[in-house]
Design a binder for this molecule. Structure first.
Ligand code: PPS
Length: 286
């Protein structure tokens, strides 16, 4: 891990001694445009799902085999000299759809014309986030950068925020405070699982891209877990000799297969109690 603007991020995002400084400068000086759309989340919360939905909203329900990172690039990967399938944001035509895991405080906001871009934040219940994050981090071993330890230890790293993009509760709360800003749409993974067409409609309207019911239903079908897993190569991340898929199980409640009563208690006390009274609530099973 390395630290950028107070955030831990995986060291393989940057290279060389100038790498951290380059990324730091890139983020700090990034000029937004009024038609930019940032898809933001804490890792493993449904970012890729929203990337695909939003790309399809902008493309009238088209379903393509192109890798998602070519279509919706990842801001924090922008200065990596090994972009691979990750598109170079500097070359992406407008309107730019971009993914980021940055906190509200450091996400690019400045624009030369003073106009505001849009942010779509997706949050997921932290127990499922922790489990998904564990599996993904282990899978990065094929990149030569993965986690080697057991779940028991990873869950503690997660609670303490000793993972990429720091503490779940700080991240989600930072964005939740801005949920009523006119240029922010705050969504939840579990709501997408409950009723995908209504969340697609809500997102399209927020983006001023109202769609026919036919297209909304087509997007919901193509972006269901079954629809997206029909061609997993679109959501595969390749690096050096390794590769991993971002789609794994796609359910609400997988945490129950991993949490002991002790861990559950610690989670309630150290993670969930922090969001009490904020109005932010999650479904932990459906
Ligand atoms: S990343 O790497 O941080 O950008 O990961 P992210 O995309 O945020 O989250 C990955 C999890 O989202 C699940 N996912 C989906 N669930 C349901 N339906 C659809 N269509 C879908 N697409 C992605 C993915 O499977 C990861 O969750 P887990 O629990 O690991 O399966």
């Amino acid at each position: 891990m390395i630290e950028i603007l107070g955030f831990r991020i995986p060291a393989f995002f940057v290279y060389g001694s100038q790498g951290p400084e380059l990324l730091c400068d890139f983020i700090t000086n990034f000029q937004t445009k009024s038609d930019d759309v940032f898809i933001v989340s804490y890792p493993k919360s449904g970012t890729t799902w929203m990337q695909e939905i939003i790309w399809q909203i902008y493309n009238n329900g088209e379903n393509t085999s192109k890798n998602i990172f070519e279509r919706v690039p990842f801001l924090e990967f922008s200065t990596s000299p090994i972009l691979g399938e990750f598109a170079d944001i500097a070359k992406v035509p407008s309107p730019r759809l971009m993914k980021s895991h940055l906190s509200y405080s450091i996400i690019p906001k400045g624009s030369s014309d003073g106009a505001k871009c849009k942010y779509i934040y997706i949050a997921r219940n932290p127990k499922d986030v922790a489990v998904s994050y564990f599996h993904f981090t282990v899978s990065l071993r094929s990149f030569g950068n993965g986690y080697n330890g057991p779940w028991e230890f990873f869950s503690k790293l997660f609670i303490d925020g000793n993972v990429g993009w720091n503490k779940w509760n700080d991240h989600v709360q930072g964005w939740w405070k801005h949920k009523d800003d006119p240029n922010v749409l705050f969504l939840k993974y579990e709501d997408l699982k409950k009723d995908l067409p209504s969340q697609v409609r809500l997102t399209a309207n927020f983006l001023n891209k109202p769609l026919s019911e036919d297209i909304i239903n087509r997007i919901a079908e193509q972006c269901s877990f079954n629809g997206m897993t029909k061609d997993l190569s679109r959501y595969t991340v390749r690096f050096n000799e390794g590769q991993t898929s971002i789609l794994r199980k796609g359910v609400v409640g997988d945490w129950k297969n991993y949490f002991t009563p002790e861990l559950n208690e610690r989670f309630e006390k150290e993670v969930l109690s922090k969001i009490e009274g904020t109005g932010l609530e999650f479904d932990f099973e459906l």
